[in-house]
Design a protein around this ligand. Sequence first.
Ligand code: ADP
Length: 396
Amino acid sequence: MNVLVLNAGSSSLKYQLVDMDTEEVITRGLCERVGTPLSFHKHGVDSDECVIHRPLPSHHAAVLAVLEALTHPEYGAIADLSEIQGIGHRVVHGGDYFAESVIITDEVIARIEECSQLAPLHNPAALAGIQSCGELMPDKVQVATFDTAFHQSMPPRAYRYALPPEYYEQHRIRRYGFHGTSHRYVAEQAALFLQRPLDELKLITCHLGNGCSLTAIDGGRSVDTSMGFTPLEGLMMGTRSGSIDPAIVLYLIDELGMDTAEIGALLNRLSGLLGVSQSSNDMRDVRDAAEAGNADAALALELYAHAVLHYLGSYVFALGGVDAIVFTAGVGENSADMRQKILTGLEGLGICLDAERNAARGGERTISSDDSQVKVLVIPTNEELMIARDVKALMR
Ligand code: ADP
């Protein structure tokens, strides 16, 4: 059974065709700069096997280009579209309507449209993909998987802000959380890896990529997460500030005369690793700069690790203990230095890294020492596979 997974960003469309009998990726690719004259399409398992420069004025055009590439006589992977059995779409925001993936119906589309207000750049792109697939492949089952869904299990004490009720009831201001598909995937894989039932485990999953979030997971259910009403809350990220005193925003308006667009750009695009280091949003560059003696870069690394530690400590207490801490995404999977920086000095709490295991590379692995009370794992994330698994399960 083949599942096509589509991940539409505001100006991009990533895709994977997955054989769900083996869970192997058949092919993948991405369309970038959709809606601009500089659009292009990379197709193939290494994503740059084949680069096609062509106008992609809309997400509809991008979906057409993807289907053409998949069935292309030269570089395609399937003879025709009948070899695709189901389609999964990543949708950023499901509001509080969706606690799990669903088969897409007109009602689901209406709900996703309603949630566009909460994710104005992303939900409309996903909807365009859903509509295009519906037109081009009307007989296929389509499934929506939401970044927010996994966190719908949070109790009110974790998802409500300390604001008067009308802001929640009338304006839907609450913590939603994001990266849910990644947190769910690594939690399920961690349970398999540890050979223990997920519903008996207390886990803290650390998704440290360009965007970063931590989630406290009790028995397979998200009970708290660091991103909030938007992905800006929580940890320091590549270009996002993460949590700051909200009164700083008032000060920027009142004293510096900044407007909402300027403040949005500052907090979302010009802060985090990039803003503090004054050099790059990429962890490798910041680490290199710090090693070369750049004090701003060194401070950026300190702030980054401190923010992770802040949430880690909070979640150990919220969960009443922790069986395993799981690192994933670009930094979490690859930066042994950052993992060490975060977890150094926690031996008294039963968290002991093994230096050699931490420095080694590979797939799913343990990086804590044998006598560490808390297991520390690296589990590479795979959101596309999680989506494809949901499609397969719903098609049953
Ligand atoms: P996204 O959130 O865009 O999917 P990724 O999960 O790919 O991002 O993470 C990107 C981050 O991972 C960047 O900061 C990058 O520097 C970091 N990263 C990737 N490889 C390494 C590495 N070998 N060592 C340290 N950091 C790395």
